[in-house]
Design a protein around this ligand. Structure first.
Ligand code: NAI
Length: 297
């Protein structure tokens, strides 16, 4: 079965290069009309350029339809105007890929709070702003597909990326909650944790792996997660053609009727034992497992 985006309007943030560009090109190739958003700044978020225009020209040269937007995802008024223009020109917005991002890596000891805030602002608050400005439209249309971009750093941690990790796991919580709130309006919300050789990771990849980790090899997983038959609430890892699912699991744990720090210590092995662990589908489901444990379940 071919996955088509014919008749769909998509916004991809941070699509002037790297992964966002690969998503925008493939969405357009498969029929979507695409808003290519990118502030065009440096890797640390400073400056501005016409990166979005170059990608739009590439899409048009291939026979696709696209429009550039040079605004920042952190600017709610600009993002609202961008969505308004897409709706006026093309009649709706069906897909949002929150992909824009910056890096300000430093060990936490050396990190200024201004660098912490800047990274959280672009990744987490920027994604919330862009989602907020399409949310009502998607609910009214009874159709929406939203993708958040997390990272292995958010899921598992990485040295020197406290700001980035905090923002990225925040996006997982945002996506999981919006997946629940969007369900009855046919708005599906997923998360991707990509691995690709882009300017963001250029210092990490040895030259011989650059080809293998092309952004184009992440695009298929991202496009599936914004397609008509997409699941909702999932977290996918994708890189070099390897696609994985990540889960936030919960062990069975122990019921300690009168817990003390000493009894927690004494039961540590049973608390962390992964036998019979589950993946709760909501926070409320975790509370239910507590009730079950108290009733001897
Ligand atoms: P990239 O640096 O090529 O792309 C990020 C784009 O976002 C840039 O074009 C940049 O100009 C744009 N941008 C930055 N701030 C913006 C703002 N305020 N408003 C609009 N656009 C803005 O890097 P890459 O690798 O393509 O990153 C894409 C996403 O994937 C990011 O969210 C990144 O954190 C995430 N990611 C990438 C990984 C990788 O292995 N490349 C690993 C994990 C996550």
């Amino acid at each position: 079965m071919t996955i088509s985006f014919e008749g769909r309007v998509a916004i991809v943030t941070g699509a002037g290069g790297g992964l966002g560009r690969a998503y925008a090109l493939e969405l357009a190739r498969r029929g979507a009309k695409v808003v290519v958003n990118d502030l065009g700044g440096a890797r640390d978020g400073t400056g501005h350029s016409d990166a979005a225009i170059a990608v739009v020209e590439e899409i048009r040269a291939g026979g696709g339809e696209a429009t550039p937007d040079g605004g920042s995802v952190t600017d709610p008024d600009h993002m609202e105007a961008m969505v308004g223009k897409a709706k006026a020109d093309w009649g709706g917005v069906h897909i949002l890929i929150n992909n824009a991002g910056i890096l300000r890596d430093k060990s936490f000891a050396k990190m200024e709070m201004s660098d912490f805030r800047a990274v959280v602002d672009v990744h987490l608050i920027g994604s919330a702003i862009c989602t907020k400005v399409v949310w009502e439209t998607m609910r009214e249309q009874a159709y929406g597909r939203i993708l958040m971009t997390a990272s292995s750093t958010g899921l598992y941690g990485n040295f020197g990326q406290a700001n980035y990790g905090a923002a990225k796991l925040g996006l997982v919580g945002l996506a999981r909650t919006l997946a629940l709130e969007g369900a009855r309006h046919n708005v599906r919300v997923n998360t991707i944790a990509p691995t690709a050789a882009t300017r963001m990771t250029e210092d990490l990849f040895p030259a011989e792996l650059l080809e293998r980790f092309k952004p184009e090899l992440v695009a298929p997983a991202a496009l599936y997660l914004v397609s008509e038959d997409a699941p909702t609430g999932t977290i996918l890892g994708a890189g070099a053609g390897v696609v994985q699912a990540a889960h936030i699991t919960l062990t069975r744990g122990v019921a300690l009727p009168e817990p003390t720090p000493e009894s927690v210590a004494a039961h540590w092995a049973a608390i962390v034992d992964r036998d019979g662990e589950i993946v709760p589908q909501s926070g409320a489901e975790q509370a239910m497992t507590i009730m079950q444990r108290l009733q001897g379940g």
